[in-house]
Design a protein around this ligand. Structure first.
Ligand code: ATP
Ligand code: MG
Length: 180
């Protein structure tokens, strides 16, 4: 599984429709302070189901919609699509290429899609659970995260190992079964 492409429009500083193609190997994003490098990883985390505005460096979810600049009006919708190569079937879905889309409107409404089909947020979260790429995975290490991992308690560290080992999905299913 690897990231192929990120398409965004109206997300944070990206008012225009932009498309980032990731080729195999290492991709480095460089640019001056405030040019939107971290906004790219925010977009990836958001489309994978991030629900905390604070961890996307905002106060409320609306803050991720382009808020306007001196030369451009604010927009009313933000949209991000992440396209992945799934030819190794790492994601439990019968497609060689998988795209996930998330939209949020200023009115507060949200839309989620897997391969252009409307779905629930939960479907996206479930799809990526234990893939190593979910919203709680450690494939995105932000500033401060390394320290957090090193200083975390034994139980918290256990969650990190469980995620890496891919047993989180079974733990969650067990928990759900026990509630019934
Ligand atoms: P650094 O090198 O300092 O880490 P960076 O390249 O990671 O910088 P980001 O944090 O990705 O920069 O981008 C910050 C910019 O995004 C700021 O200029 C901020 O005004 C802009 N921004 C954030 N949210 C919005 C929004 N909703 N609408 C318009 N611009 C936004
Ligand atoms: Mg940054």
């Amino acid at each position: 599984m690897f990231l192929k492409r990120l398409d965004t429009v109206g997300f944070k500083s990206f008012a225009e429709r932009i498309s980032v193609d990731f080729v195999t190997g290492v991709t480095a994003v460089v640019g001056p302070n405030g040019s939107g490098k971290s906004n790219i990883t925010d977009a990836i985390r958001w489309v994978l189901g991030e629900q905390s505005a604070r961890s996307l460096r905002g106060a409320k979810m609306e803050d991720i919609i382009f808020q306007g600049s001196d030369s451009r009006k604010a927009l009313n919708v933000a949209e991000v699509t992440l396209t992945l190569d799934n030819s190794d079937q790492m994601l439990p879905i019968d497609y060689e290429e998988v795209s996930v889309t998330r939209r949020v409107y200023r009115s507060g409404e949200s839309e989620f899609l897997i391969n252009k089909q409307t779905c629930r947020l939960k479907d996206i979260v479930d799809l990526f659970m234990d893939s190593g790429l979910g919203r709680e995975a450690f494939s995105i290490i932000s500033q401060g995260k390394v320290e957090e991992i090193l200083s975390s308690k034994a139980e918290e560290r256990r969650t990190i190992f469980e995620e890496a080992a891919g047993v989180l999905k079974y733990k969650n299913r067990k928990k759900k079964a026990e509630y019934k």
